[in-house]
Design a protein around this ligand. Structure first.
Ligand code: KG4
Ligand code: ZN
Length: 355
């Protein structure tokens, strides 16, 4: 069942100037996370229990294992988040939870938990879109950042160019036609024997490589200048590995990783700046797991400086999946009067801006 917004209020419960403290839960993929966030910008606690070590054994996230692990971890993670915030459940104004997109079984654990807590404590429930959360991660450390701004969301599941017109008001200018940027990192890492998750490992070995060593494509999508395509780049890497093998040559993993990372960085930088020219914004931001890549953010930062844009990015801990970003996004939903009812369900392919 789709989530419904029960009612919209002009004013938040308690009025606009009172502090609003939200307990947020995130379980859409392989991190079980809970956080307590005040007024959308102040993180009182941020607890993340990562399942990476478990999924590493299989070379990627195994949905069934993810759900089981979320069930095991969710209560202790929430308890820890409340404990670190030095607040009790009575002090919380609303319960927020990611309800899509993501793995259905994983999402369901968070959604069921949030509903149970909200119902038992008679507090409002707010279902949050995962990408909206990634975008809102930028609010945490940039208290001056307000819409409108253009945000490039680059994670394992998504590559979206989003014009944030206002809080909760989005225009998707571009998206990937095939693989997400993080997915390409993960697949290339697997191909060169680095294991899961690929992004941080590629970044690490690329530091000792030559980004110009291997010529790789920077794909454009005909007629859709803001859309991305990473599957051609991934295939070019795989073809290069095979052709070097056939010639009996050892590949230099560092050079290949650096060349691949450079190709992704060039495409992301070009698309972000190109899209910025078509909309009148002065602020550009990045978000999602791939946004924690120092080389990529460094390149985008320099391009923004050159072209006179203000550039925003979250610290790595708020780039990869976490619940603080969900609490940040939920605050603006709360202020707009958005409330979910008890029919809130996991929506694995939820679209941005949909409720
Ligand atoms: O945002 P996130 O934690 O989960 C999703 O919503 O998908 O992003 C995870 C993705 C993975 O594909 C991972 O390889 C990539 O982000 N990633 C990176 C880096 N750290 C994580 N990619 C490139 N460089 C990194 N340092
Ligand atoms: Zn994510």
């Amino acid at each position: 069942m789709e989530q419904k917004t029960l009612h919209r209020q002009e004013q938040s419960e308690g009025g606009q100037d009172q502090a609003v403290t939200i307990l947020a839960i995130e379980s859409s993929c392989d991190e079980t996370a809970a956080a307590v966030v005040r007024n959308g910008r102040e993180v009182l606690s941020n607890v993340i229990s990562s399942q990476i070590e478990l999924h590493k054994l299989y070379g990627g996230v195994v949905p069934e294992i993810a759900s089981r692990k979320h069930i095991e971890k969710i209560n202790p993670v929430i308890e820890e988040a409340l404990c670190r915030s030095e607040l009790r459940l009575e002090d919380i104004d609303a319960i927020a939870v990611t309800y899509g997109p993501g793995l259905v079984g994983a999402l369901l654990v968070g959604v069921a938990e949030a509903k149970a807590i909200a119902f038992a404590s008679k507090k409002p429930l707010i279902g949050v879109h995962h990408i909206e959360g990634h975008i809102a991660a930028n609010f945490i450390e940039h208290r001056e950042l307000e819409p409108p701004f253009l945000c490039l969301v680059v994670s394992g599941g998504h590559t979206h160019l989003v014009l944030v017109r206002d809080y909760g008001v989005f225009d998707i200018l571009g998206r990937t036609r095939d693989d997400a940027a993080g997915e390409a990192f993960d697949k290339v890492a697997r191909a060169i024997g680095l294991g899961y998750p690929g992004g941080p490992k590629i970044e690490q070995i690329a530091r000792n490589g030559n980004p110009q060593a291997v010529l790789l494509p920077r794909a454009k999508v005909n007629g859709h200048p803001h859309d991305f395509s990473f599957s051609g780049l991934k295939s070019a890497v795989l073809n290069y590995i095979n052709s070097e093998k056939m010639k009996g040559r050892e590949i230099c993993r560092e050079d290949l990783a650096a060349s691949f990372q450079q190709a992704v960085a060039d495409v992301l930088t070009h698309h972000l700046l190109d899209a910025a020219e078509t909309v009148s914004v002065s602020k550009l931001a990045i978000a999602g797991g791939v946004a924690s890549n120092q080389m990529i953010r460094g390149q985008i930062e320099r391009a923004c400086e050159e072209h006179g844009y203000q550039f925003y990015f979250p610290s790595p801990i708020y780039c990869t999946d976490n619940a603080a970003m969900i609490g940040a996004a939920a605050y603006y939903d709360y202020q707009r009067g958005v409330r979910s009812d008890w029919t809130l369900n996991a929506v694995p392919s939820l679209k941005l801006g949909e409720r």
